[in-house]
Design a protein around this ligand. Structure first.
Ligand SMILES: Nc1ncnc2c1ncn2[C@@H]1O[C@H](COP(=O)(O)OP(=O)(O)OP(=O)(O)O)[C@@H](O)[C@H]1O
Ligand SMILES: [Mg+2]
Length: 246
């Protein structure tokens, strides 16, 4: 496997180390307009730590999370993640290496659930465990527990979430994201459309993941949630110009 930058794991408890990261979008269909999301970012996250990304709308928070997950290719810089005792640079890793990191090391809870037609929400959540070799029966039992914890009514478990409300879909997304422990978790506004009881559950899930050693990078719209879970806050500022090449 072509894993970029293989060497020993990082010596301290750092599991994610970002250096000189830059992302510029070029809108080819709109006269080549260039939008710089951020430039020259340095970020470190350690085991059991939650780093909150903070800044005004358009500051580049979601773009940074997507870059960490290798959904976007940065124009410069490195994103080194500790993957099974090796270091992988997500900025330059091969597609296979990226998939391997996503499978075992990095979990990403996006803002919205991408619904898979005709697959029940129970199966969507259980699949995260069966994909890692867990027996179907026990995976489904754990999925039921997680859905119940997030107050998804039992009558919905066998339905595909296409018709669910926004908050219900978000909770299925969270159940899927948290049912398996990943060493690194990326959370994009996980509590955005949740009520107080479900926000509390998500805070508890984040605390449990941290206690188990997960390094978390999250965007938390809700200040109370951010205060409850974040160990550090990383500020992003909207950019004016786009000085670096894509
Ligand atoms: N796929 C894309 N193509 C072009 N420009 C993009 C793309 N994604 C984001 N941008 C631009 O990059 C900038 C940062 O966007 P981003 O979504 O990261 O902001 P954000 O901090 O997450 O904002 P919000 O708090 O509103 O979610 C914005 O100016 C946005 O227009
Ligand atoms: Mg965003």
């Amino acid at each position: 496997m072509n894993i970029a930058h293989i060497s020993s794991a990082m010596p301290d408890k750092r599991v994610l180390s970002v250096r000189g990261l830059c992302k510029t979008f070029t809108l080819h269909t709109q006269g080549g307009t260039r939008i710089e999301a951020f430039s020259d970012l340095d970020v470190d996250v350690r085991e059991g730590e939650c780093l909150a990304l903070h800044g005004p709308s358009g500051a580049g928070k979601s773009t940074l999370l997507r870059s960490l997950y290798a959904n976007y290719k940065p124009c410069a810089g490195s994103i080194v993640v500790n993957h099974k005792g090796t270091r992988v640079d997500m900025a330059t890793a091969s597609p296979r290496a990226v998939l391997a990191v996503r499978h075992s090391t990095m979990g990403y809870v996006s803002q919205f659930l991408r619904v898979i037609p005709r697959v029940s929400c129970l199966d969507i959540v259980a699949e995260r465990l069966t994909a890692h070799g867990e027996a179907e029966q026990s995976a489904r039992e754990k999925a039921k527990e997680m859905l119940a914890r997030l107050h998804i009514p039992e009558r919905l478990w066998r339905l595909a979430p296409a018709t669910f409300s926004g908050g219900e879909q978000q909770r299925v997304n969270i159940a899927r994201g948290f049912i398996r422990r990943y060493p690194v978790m990326l959370l994009d506004e996980p509590t955005a459309s949740l009520d107080a009881a479900n926000r509390k559950t998500v805070v508890a899930l984040i605390e449990e993941a941290k206690a188990a050693g997960a390094a978390i990078v999250g965007i938390f719209h809700d200040e109370a949630v951010r205060d409850a879970v974040a160990d550090r806050v990383y500020e992003l500022f909207p950019q004016e110009v786009a000085p670096c090449a894509a």
